[in-house]
Design a protein around this ligand. Sequence first.
Ligand code: CO
Ligand code: ZN
Length: 333
Amino acid sequence: MKQLLKTLTETFGPSGYEDAVRDLILKEVKPLADEIRVDALGNLIARKKPLKGAKSPKRIMLAAHMDEIGVIASHIDKKGFVRFSNIGGTFGRYTLGARVRFLNGVKGVVGYDRLEQINDLLPINKMYIDVGATSKADCPVKVGDVAVFEQAFTEMGERIAAKSLDDRAGVAVLIETLRGIKSTQNDLYFVFTTQEEVGSHGAGTAAYGIDPDLGIAVDVTPTGDTPASLKMVMELGKGPCIKIRDAFMLADPRMVTWMIQTAEKAKIPYQREVLLVGSSDAREIQVARAGVIAGAVSIPVRYVHSASEMVDYRDLKNSVKLLIALLGKDASL
Ligand code: CO
Ligand code: ZN
């Protein structure tokens, strides 16, 4: 899974431009799935059918988003400096000084107009991308071109730092889960979604199309384990987090109970997640059509939405174990 994660995180895929990521995933899931399709929003849907003779199989939708945060060029000045806006939650403090890469391969460095106070808030509308151009005419970027952070995948013992671990970590976990499930009593839809970072649009339309009984998002969750972080219990290395609440959603208590009991029975470490900021695809799945029983398995991550997000590799492996334990058997909730 590590090599797969490296390739996934080093691939370009801001919201709406998930094509390269989808191609990679397609190669992995093709031999594992019974049916594959791509819908109008670009979601990749891989179905694993229930065993013949399974009585009243439940339709379960799993979702991990392919897209990552990024930036979009909005103006180019006569010296060739590129002004930009955010795609999703791109924060100034993480963007200044970063390197970015555009879809056409052009690279740039993010600078700031003029720092009066070194500790000022850093709004991105005072930033620009320097792509090495000297004029508007020789600037290789057009208005509307999109870019993501440029950053290498780095291993630090069990910890991994990379861009877009939100949510390529979830993508890798879903692929490995599909690989690990030999047979199932359920009708499983592994959905690699688009446009999560701009409002979970892909998950919403995919859930409408699939009409699942149960929905589980596999995404990352920020932790409370760094100096002076928010008071949250989630930590790196302590296992997958079972979502109870985040800023925009209450996970279904039946889903929470099912996940906790399954983890305890299988002796898989897990954490209880109450997240104070952000949400996931589970929110859109929960309110799709007439409503879906939904929850999430979250991988703890530090420095979310920076160019160097960090996970503990053991949490990914335990997330795969938990999902296999949940999905292989009868979904009894
Ligand atoms: Co995110
Ligand atoms: Zn995410």
